[in-house]
Design a protein around this ligand. Sequence first.
Ligand code: HZT
Ligand code: MN
Ligand code: MN
Length: 437
Amino acid sequence: MTAAATAATENSVPEKELASLAVSESAKGDNTENDNDVDGSDAEAEAAAGADGSGQKKKKKNKKKKKGKKTGGGAAAQTTPPTIPVSQLFPNNSYPEGQICEYTDDNMYRTTSEEMRARDRVNEQQLIDLRRAAEVHRQVRKHARSMIKPGVDLADVAEMIENGTRTLVEADGFKAGIGFPTGLSINHCAAHYTPNAGDHVIVKKDDVLKVDFGVHVNGNIIDSAFTLAWNDRYNPLLDAVRDATNTGIREAGIDVRLGDIGAAIQEVMESYEIVLDGKTIPIRPLRNLCGHNIGSYLIHGGKSVPIVNNGDQTRMEEGELFAIETFGTTGNGLVHEEGICSHYSRNETNEQPRLQSAKKLLTTLKKNFGTLPFCRRYVDRLGESHYYLGLKHLVDQGIVNAYPPLCDVEGSYTAQFEHTFILRPTVKEVLSRGDDY
Ligand code: HZT
Ligand code: MN
Ligand code: MN
């Protein structure tokens, strides 16, 4: 363990100092799991717990629950499917806090330091925005978990997640909305697959699906992902990656070296193996994938968090927002770009396109996405058509980045878990933590 590793606690002192932030149930529990359940009832949550074998579950409280009806039971209730903006469920910015982890060792003083509490208060609005985005993520993914099963079309899954996000976050220009395209990558593909128009992929019972989506409020992005499988034979793979991600989160802290986090993740990941078709296979990290810090309207803030020990001496710093994501595989442990691209983002370059069609497209991209990643479906819904050549021109000129699907070898299986946390001056807050993962 590194010196600045952290530990989780009950609701901490500084929270109570932030008077306008109502303290919720969310930060209770042990080191890695807590309960962010809004209504404290929930059939879906139970199904969720069963799907990956994690999460302590309560008994059902409601006798019956009809589609489209409020779930009731506790405080403010969401509908099924979700339709109520979270700002209505949590009035006066009373969004649940994430999992609170007190700093340890050299940073122990931070929890109670008056100076650090003062620094904390400066970023109160950012924290409110992040908590609102995180609550949208939890509520949307809860429904996603219940609707995603063998037989569903990934195009419908993407639409549900994206429309759910838009509604619950009250999407409005750059004020709030989708943080980046919904990743729905299957089996040997680990990341950055989402359907393009006309692409209809049906989920199969032996598939391993990664669901990776983002929500932003005023450019404060929550990036979180989980893995679904319907065949229990994959449990060791999912357990390995969940454990590895939680290890990375636990290890993270102010002044912690990124390479040390990678080393801790790798060690946990590689302690697992899986038996498939009578063959014992080691679980490896996908060593050329990594987590990252997040900037304002910037999904990749410039720092990368490795999932192997790559010797990186760069340290995490106070105030930084990070997405820690780990990927495990039954394959070679290396991804390559494969297949048709769907994900893109505009570069912050001043380069001007030569092609007229590219000029017009670039204006549309700037106006609608700014620096946020987008996918072809998001361009389609703006009413654009026949823009592919223009888009290709922008990519070839380096004005737009292309993020093709990232895959290990055919026949392999990959899993991912990802959370967003912030290194507050006083405590580490795992914003996207839920009762599901
Ligand atoms: C790129 C394009 C997107 C960032 C990580 C990620 C999904 O692999 C430095 C480290 C959305 C996100 C990203 F459309 N990527 N998190 N969730 N993808 S990344 C990266 O390109 S850059 C990791
Ligand atoms: Mn992600
Ligand atoms: Mn990420």
